[in-house]
Design a protein around this ligand. Structure first.
Ligand SMILES: *[C@@H]1O[C@H](CO)[C@@H](O)[C@H](O)[C@H]1NC(C)=O
Ligand SMILES: *[C@@H]1O[C@H](CO)[C@@H](O)[C@H](O)[C@H]1NC(C)=O
Length: 155
């Protein structure tokens, strides 16, 4: 297929799915609003490589179209005050039109952060910054977060 054919195919596909969008929305759980997150592997220590995959298909159906995506290692619950969010990845997101995958996948290496606390509930927090419409018609960027559990050990 050359590019024109691919484009025509994409446009045809967009046209074809235009009407059943409502049905698809009903099958998307509210919990998927800010993406469905997978972290593999989830047992990590400094230097461990891992993959972060966030599927935004349902998010987009629910009106959340990412502009920026920041991913942190963080301790949202029971933070002892010495566990600041560690920025893992930051990017501007360009959404692929369906039928292409509406997802973000990247690999990272768990950093050698100097003060890791054994037993702290470390998570991967994916912060999705996306626009809503202000009452004056101007877009306003707001943030939604989805957390994925990880186990962190230092040795
Ligand atoms: C904002 O409003 C425009 C024009 O009505 C609409 O096309 C767009 O989908 C809206 N965006 C959001 C995020 O609701
Ligand atoms: C963390 O470790 C516990 C105990 O080994 C295990 O049950 C749990 O599934 C692990 N969680 C993750 C997210 O890997």
């Amino acid at each position: 297929m050359n590019l024109t054919t691919v484009l025509a195919f994409v446009l045809a596909a967009v046209g074809a799915i235009a009407s059943p969008v409502v049905d698809k929305r009903q099958s998307c759980a509210e919990a998927a609003q800010f993406g469905v997150l997978e972290i593999v592997p989830s047992d990590l220590q400094p230097g461990t490589g891992f993959t972060v995959h966030i599927d935004y298909a349902c998010a987009v159906e629910l009106g959340v179209v990412p502009t920026y995506i920041d991913t942190y290692i963080e301790v949202p619950e029971g933070n002892n005050g010495h566990e600041p969010p560690i920025l893992l990845d930051r990017r501007t997101f360009v959404l692929s039109p369906p039928p292409l995958t509406q997802a973000l996948t990247f690999t990272a290496s768990f950093p050698y952060y100097p003060v890791l606390f054994e037993g702290a509930q470390y998570t991967i927090g994916v912060h999705t910054i996306y626009p809503i419409n202000g009452t004056d018609g101007n877009p306003i960027l707001i943030e939604g977060i989805v957390y994925g559990d990880i186990n962190v050990t230092t040795s």
